[in-house]
Ligand binder design. Structure first.
Ligand code: B12
Ligand code: SF4
Length: 483
């Protein structure tokens, strides 16, 4: 809900899995529950009568919803095979099976393209629990294998209905695409590297351009964890796009040091239509950057902002609010944010399963309610009383929001907003009216008082260095060899 304020994006992971399943000869439908209601899902279940249902569980906050839907699916269609996959689901496979109480046949850890058709083949067979990445109540197979070639299984975008609902800010409507997968860094709060085993794969420039050219929407969110680490790939894709006369507006996310190193590439992409860019700043001071193991200095971060300004890009940055912050720390961020032209976001430090801080911090959790793991809530002890912490958080977000996203900035972003409206796209304008009701300190505080049906597993004692077998979903090649 909190992220839906600014954006709603297509389920690219499901679309890729759907493409692979379709290529294996199955008839596939996709219901995006960001857009459709549970009643729509029930209707689809009754009319389509699927032999198998796969839930995508990329976000921990969605665990209770998925468990309840799996149970309902089992009740309504007892013969239907139910599986769960996706980023967060991969890190808590056993836990999901326990909550499911028999409603979930298997959890598929890691990338889904190669394994899902095999899972469908092995339904009802003891072989199922021997497949790579598959976890059932009977047992589990070896660690999952990586897709060898990102050019395979381009997303089945045709399966996503009501595509006009996908947008990010003024890029309305907006599709998503993937040029690379994985991240070679190892920040302590992030699970991108543990999911992909620190691997980094690229699609070929031709295939990437072909995919982008096939997109109907005028705007594209490039979902890569760190875009354009290898500049030659970025230039090659750009040239392919120019050759095909593909003209779109793009949003991407990258690191500050990658921007500094590859300044010319980003300037080139600005010409191709790069509009918004997200830079993971995370902290303003050296000490916190070290704690996050960001492997960058504040000086480099600020230099990257200057470069982005020179190039003329609209930049959003994120700062991680530590639960230990007092009023003064929030004040420092507010003061800084008001002096820079960038859009500043504030998220709350959250130990997700699959991150290193999960192993060191989870003993201190104040809540095991999955729904609060959305980086908008505090799940670790706060230095200030919790209601005061939220008051400071919301005050800061509100000031930052008014600076960038309120009605007053319509003149600044006016042209794209009006253009979207003329196309009949109202997602952006609706967002402007919703902020106060969604980001609201009382609501955030009272979210902690809701009854909890599904609790996360109690954390185990903290360990300084997690066992790689527990940390990674896809094992790094180096460790696989050792094993
Ligand atoms: C785009 C994106 C978003 C979009 C959502 C788009 C969407 N509708 O899916 C937006 C911007 C809304 C978003 C929001 C958030 N995100 Co986000 N997001 C991403 C990002 C960058 C790309 C996702 C993607 O499309 N990947 C490409 C596709 C192909 O991969 P995939 O979805 O993982 O799918 C593969 C597998 O997971 C699997 N699979 C997926 N579904 C299924 C289903 C079945 C049945 C099977 C078998 C397999 C399977 O197979 C797929 C193909 O290999 C990822 C990072 C990443 N690299 O994945 C972070 C990431 C998933 N997000 C993350 C976070 C922290 C958040 C936020 C909490 C914070 C924030 N401020 O961004 C919010 C809150 C969301 C919430 N509801 O709680 C974290 C992890 C979250 C977690 N552990 O719960 C990630 C890993 C980023 C990170 N570096 O830490 N996010
Ligand atoms: S925060 Fe960014 S750079 Fe750090 S590990 Fe995650 S994806 Fe990589």
């Amino acid at each position: 809900m909190y992220s839906e304020l600014y954006l709603r994006l297509e389920p690219l992971g499901l679309e890729r899995v759907a493409a692979a399943v379709r290529a294996a000869g199955h008839d596939v439908r996709l219901v995006d529950l960001q857009i459709f209601s549970h009643d729509d899902y029930r209707r689809e279940l009754a009319e389509f009568k699927p032999e198998a249902v796969g839930f995508s569980l990329n976000y921990l906050a969605n665990v209770p919803e998925v468990i309840d839907l799996a149970k309902e699916t089992r009740r309504r269609a007892p013969e239907c095979f139910v599986m769960v996959g996706g980023h967060s689901g991969s890190f808590i496979a056993q836990e999901l099976l326990e909550h499911g109480e028999g409603a979930i046949d298997c959890v598929v850890r890691g990338e889904g393209e190669v394994i899902t058709p095999r899972v469908l083949e092995a339904r009802g067979d003891a072989k199922l629990s021997t497949l790579p990445g598959v976890v059932t109540r009977e047992g589990q197979g070896p660690s999952p294998t990586l897709l060898d070639d990102l050019d395979k299984f381009l997303p089945a975008r045709d399966l996503a209905r009501k595509r006009h609902k996908y947008f990010i800010g003024v890029l309305d409507p907006c599709a998503s695409a993937e040029l690379t997968r994985g991240c070679p860094w190892d920040c302590s709060f992030c699970s991108a590297w543990t999911f992909y085993g620190r691997s980094y794969r690229k699609s070929s420039p031709e295939k990437a351009a072909e995919d982008l050219a096939s997109i109907r929407e005028p705007n594209v969110f490039l979902v890569d964890d760190v875009a354009f680490i290898h500049p030659e790939q970025g230039f090659a894709i750009g040239q392919e796009l120019e050759r095909r006369r593909v003209r779109k507006q793009y949003y991407l996310e990258t690191r500050c040091d990658v921007l500094i190193k590859n300044k010319e590439l980003f300037a080139y992409w600005k010409k191709l239509g790069l509009y918004y860019m997200f830079l993971g700043l995370e902290a303003l001071d050296e000490e916190a950057l070290k704690l996050h193991r960001k492997r960058i200095t504040p000086g480099e971060n600020f230099k990257a902002l200057e470069i982005a300004r020179e190039i003329g890009l609209t930049v959003a940055v994120n700062i991680i609010a530590d639960c230990d912050w007092d009023e003064r720390r929030f004040e420092v961020v507010r003061e800084w944010a008001m002096t820079v032209p960038e859009i500043v976001h504030l998220t709350v430090a959250t130990p997700y399963p699959g991150t290193e801080i999960w192993f060191t911090e989870s003993r201190r959790l104040t809540s095991r309610d999955y729904r609060l793991f959305d980086v908008a809530h505090a799940v670790l002890p706060t230095r200030m009383p919790l209601d005061k912490f939220y008051a400071e958080l919301v005050k800061t977000q509100d000031i930052l929001n008014r600076k960038h996203l309120g009605w007053s900035v319509i003149p600044k972003y006016g042209f794209p907003a009006v253009r979207a409206l003329l196309r009949g796209q109202t997602n952006y304008v609706k967002m402007l009216t919703k902020f106060g009701s969604v980001v609201n300190e009382n609501r955030q505080y009272s979210d902690h008082q809701r009854p909890v049906t599904y609790q996360m597993r109690p954390p185990r004692p903290a360990v300084a260095k997690p066992d790689p077998a527990e940390l990674f979903i896809h094992m790094p090649a180096r460790l696989q060899k050792q094993a």
